[in-house]
Design a protein around this ligand. Structure first.
Ligand code: APR
Ligand code: PHB
Length: 388
């Protein structure tokens, strides 16, 4: 088989890239290791920057998002029972869209099907060859080996994929910070406790109140990495959440059975460069952020923005400069989001080795946010997403 761009990974990065390239007349094949039911059942974060909304619109997949998503003009930060509103609209004139990544992926698959695009799922043993200049990809499906010849490979295969490992060790540089706690997440068929998200700093640990729709809530608690999901009964979860959020919210919290419960570790990770010849790294394949700033999916989308621009210019005008600039352009934005996610994480969590000095710094940072619109503007500008 031959295609112009072979895309490894059928997550949001790979599918969005495929959709934008297709609309520009560029042929793609998507190779996905898992089956579709698995890909569509993964529960991930749910806040889209306005730039992400624009990208989904440009890909022609925004219709259901605009119908079912919730536009939020601000968010709440709480500490010691006081809530600080970060008014995105007043501070930076933009809003965000609350719409689950699971739904985004669903819409992308529907669009890919509608245009008859190729997604080869359950592709085993995907291997990259001929890099950096003459790429081709092999994989096994139903016991038979196949080969795809292509001009470019887009490595959209997430943190555990094979693409990043295809870069020579002498070229690849990685940067990592692992945080000493995890997030216990619960999804429940209950009305959200607040019409905006609540990010809660509390002496017992961080908590987050989020949502998917009018009768589907998503809540998180900071927990030690040694905790197991089985240790957390639904009752224990709700009791702990009530302790960490403002009293007013705790008093009106509607609880119910958890329909999903899981613990995820938190890390920051960056791999450089994001291009080696005709191979590009996109999304989680190149970087991971802790979920505190809701940047994971949004960063993947900004990578897709830079890469789709570069490939469209290459095929339309024969120019290579944006292809060559891809890694630098993407990384400049990635590092700013890495910084912001680290800052939000540091601001809101309790660290096991936190000293009294550290605690004073955290408290005064929160007090500064409460009293300075300049400080709130910095938060808002980063949260709604820096320009591409
Ligand atoms: N061969 C083929 N596909 C693979 C391989 C492989 N060797 N390894 C992984 N994949 C697939 C995974 O099964 C998955 O469907 O690549 C896909 C990668 O998808 P994601 O992990 O969702 O990554 P990405 O598309 O970059 O999405 C952005 O940022 O912070 C996160 O939650 C956010 O998942 C979102 C991500
Ligand atoms: C979510 O809704 O799952 C969510 C929202 C905001 C975050 C992280 C996760 O910062």
């Amino acid at each position: 088989m031959r295609t112009q761009v072979c895309i490894i990974g059928g997550g949001p990065s790979g599918l969005l890239l495929a959709q934008l390239l297709h609309r520009a007349g560029i042929d793609t094949v998507v190779l996905e290791r898992r089956d579709r039911a698995y890909v569509l059942s993964r529960i991930r974060a749910g806040v889209l920057e306005w730039g992400t909304v624009g990208m989904l619109d440009a890909a022609g997949v925004g219709e259901r998002m605009h119908r079912e998503g919730f536009v939020h003009g601000g968010t709440l930060l709480s500490a010691r029972n006081r809530a600080i509103r970060i008014d995105f609209e007043a501070l930076v004139g933009t809003r965000v869209m609350v719409y689950g990544q699971t739904e985004v992926t669903h819409d992308l698959y529907d669009a890919r099907d509608a245009m008859g695009g190729v997604v080869i799922d359950e592709a085993e043993g995907v291997t990259l060859h001929g890099l950096p200049d003459a790429p081709f990809v092999t994989y096994t499906k139903d016991g038979t080996e196949h080969r795809i010849d292509c001009d470019y490979i887009a490595g959209c295969d997430g943190f555990h994929g094979v693409s990043r490992a295809a870069l020579p060790a002498s070229l690849l540089k990685t940067f990592e910070k692992v945080y000493p706690f995890g997030w216990l997440g619960v999804l429940s068929e209950t009305p959200p406790v607040s019409h905006e998200l609540i990010y809660a700093n509390h002496e017992r640990g961080f908590a987050l109140c989020s949502m998917r729709n009018a009768n589907l809530s998503r809540y998180y608690l900071q927990v030690p990495l040694t905790d197991r999901v089985e240790q957390w009964s639904d009752t224990a979860f709700w009791d702990e959440l009530r302790r960490r959020i403002p009293h007013e919210a705790a008093d009106t919290l509607v609880t119910g059975p958890a329909i999903e419960k899981s613990i995820a570790p938190l890390r920051s990770f960056v791999a450089e460069p994001m291009r080696w010849g005709r191979l590009f790294l996109v999304g989680d394949a190149a970087h991971i952020v802790p979920p505190t700033g809701a940047k994971g999916l949004n960063l993947a989308v900004s990578d897709v923005h830079y890469l789709s621009q570069a490939l469209i210019a290459r095929y339309r005008d024969g120019t290579e400069d944006l292809v060559e600039a891809y890694s630098d352009r993407a990384l400049a934005r990635v590092w700013k989001a890495i910084r912001f996610s680290w800052w939000m994480t540091t601001l809101l969590h309790r660290f096991p080795d936190q000293t009294e000095f550290d605690q004073h710094i955290q408290n005064s940072e929160i007090a500064y946010l409460e009293h300075s619109s300049a400080a709130r503007t910095v938060l808002a500008e980063n949260y709604v997403g820096l320009p591409y």
